[in-house]
Design a protein around this ligand. Structure first.
Ligand code: NDP
Length: 327
C-alpha cells in the first residue's frame, strides 16, 4: 500500500484527494520505485481540469518523480535495487509514495543531484533541452524571447540560453519575478502585465525582431509573439498557462514574414530511449557543472497537493514546485 493523490472527477484543485492505493509487485520489464520527491507541473493542472483528458477516472496525477528502486521485475537489465532513479513520463500517477513503472523509462540520477531537484525539475530540464537543442538549436548571437521567464521551465531556459551565448529577452508578471529572471540569465526582463512586450522587443532588437519565441503562456501571448519575430523566425508554442492559443490560418505566417510554427510535446521527443538519456545527461551535466542553478521553488507535503496547484495556477510560484514524499 502507498498514499497517492487521485481525482475522481475533473475540476479545480479541490478534486485532488489523498488515498491509500495498492502497489503491485513489478511485472516483466518493470520496477517498483519508492518515491522521495515529485514535480508539480502545469500539465498536472491540465489533467486535473480536463483540458488534457485522462483515459479513465479515478486516476492518479503527476508525470515526474525521483526515488529508490525497491524491486525489479523479470527481464530487467541494467537497473539494480537501491539505485536512485528519476522519470518524466505518462501515464499520470507520480503523486504517490510508491509506483510501478517500465524500467526503460527510468533515468539514473548523479549523486550530486539532490532528490527534490531530480524529482521536481527533470521534466522541466528535458523540456528546456528539447526547446534549445532540438526544436530550434540555439547558437551564440541568437536573440530569444522567453515567456514566463521566472517560472520553472523559464528559469532553466534563460540560464541555459545565456550559457549558449544568446541574448535573452524574457516576460514576467511582476517586479519580484523580473529580479528572479535577471538573476537567472535573462538580460532584458519585460513586465508584460504593464508594458506592451511587442513594443519592448522592437526597441531592444532595434526593429529586427527575435530569432525564436518560446511561448508557454498561450492564449494571452500567442498573437503578439508572432509580431516579435524576424522574417523566417521560429514560433515555438509549447504551453497553455493562460489558455490554449487561437487557431491560425497558414497565410498569417506568410504575411508576417514566412514564419515557422511548431507545437512540440516533450514525450514525443524522448520516446526514443537514446534521446531520453541524451536529454537527461545534457540537463544533469548542466546542473552539475553549474551552468544551471537548480530551480526548486516551493515544496509541499503530499497532502498539500491542492494548495500546490492553487499556487501554481495563481502565478504565485517561481522555479519548480515540488511535493516532498518523505521516503
Ligand atoms: P511555470 O512555473 O512557468 O508557471 C506558469 C507561469 O505562466 C506563471 O508563473 C506565470 O508567470 C505565467 N502565466 C501567464 N499567464 C498565466 C495565467 N493566466 N495563469 C497562470 N500562469 C500564467 O510552470 P511550469 O514550469 O510547470 O510550466 C511552464 C509551461 O511549460 C506550462 O505552460 C507547461 O504546460 C509547459 N510545458 C510544456 C511541455 C511540453 O512538452 N510542451 C513540457 C513541460 C512544460 P508570470 O506571472 O511571470 O506571467
Amino acid at each position: 500500500m502507498a498514499r497517492a493523490v487521485r481525482i475522481h472527477q475533473t475540476g479545480g484543485p479541490e478534486q485532488l484527494q489523498v488515498e491509500e492505493i495498492d502497489v503491485p509487485a513489478p511485472g516483466p520489464g518493470e520496477v517498483l520505485l519508492r518515491q522521495t520527491a515529485c514535480g508539480v507541473n502545469f500539465i498536472d493542472c491540465y489533467h486535473r481540469s480536463g483540458l488534457y483528458p485522462l483515459p479513465q477516472l479515478p486516476h492518479g496525477i503527476g508525470v515526474e518523480a525521483c526515488g529508490v528502486v525497491e524491486a525489479v521485475g523479470d527481464g530487467v537489465r541494467g537497473v539494480q535495487t537501491g539505485e536512485r532513479m528519476a522519470y518524466a513520463t505518462p501515464p499520470p500517477g507520480a503523486y504517490a509514495e510508491a509506483r510501478v513503472l517500465p524500467a526503460d523509462r527510468l533515468i539514473p540520477v548523479p549523486d550530486e543531484v539532490e532528490d527534490a531537484v531530480a524529482g521536481g525539475t527533470t521534466l522541466r530540464g528535458l523540456t528546456a533541452w528539447l526547446l534549445l537543442h532540438r526544436t530550434f538549436p540555439v547558437r551564440r548571437g541568437h536573440t530569444l524571447l522567453i515567456h514566463a521567464a521566472a517560472g520553472g521551465v523559464g528559469q532553466i531556459l534563460c540560464q541555459w540560453a545565456d550559457y549558449l551565448g544568446a541574448t535573452v529577452i524574457g516576460t514576467v508578471g511582476d517586479e519580484d519575478k523580473a529580479q528572479v529572471a535577471a538573476e537567472h540569465g535573462c538580460h532584458h526582463p519585460i513586465l508584460y502585465t504593464q508594458d506592451d512586450f511587442r513594443e519592448k522587443v522592437e526597441a531592444i532588437t532595434g526593429g529586427r525582431g527575435v530569432d525564436v519565441v518560446y511561448d508557454s503562456v498561450g492564449a494571452a501571448t500567442f498573437e503578439a509573439s508572432l509580431d516579435c519575430l524576424r522574417p523566417l523566425g521560429m514560433m515555438v508554442s509549447y504551453g497553455n498557462a493562460s489558455g490554449a492559443p487561437p487557431a491560425i490560418e497558414p497565410g498569417l505566417l506568410a504575411q508576417k514574414g514566412s514564419l515557422f510554427l511548431t507545437r512540440p510535446v516533450l514525450f514525443h521527443y524522448i520516446a526514443d530511449r537514446h534521446e531520453l538519456l541524451a536529454g537527461a545527461s545534457a540537463y544533469y551535466d548542466a546542473l552539475t557543472q553549474g551552468v544551471i542553478e537548480p530551480a526548486v521553488g516551493r515544496r509541499y507535503p503530499l497532502e498539500k497537493a491542492a494548495r500546490a496547484h492553487t499556487d501554481l495556477e495563481a502565478r504565485a510560484t517561481t522555479g519548480a514546485t515540488v511535493l516532498d514524499l518523505g521516503a
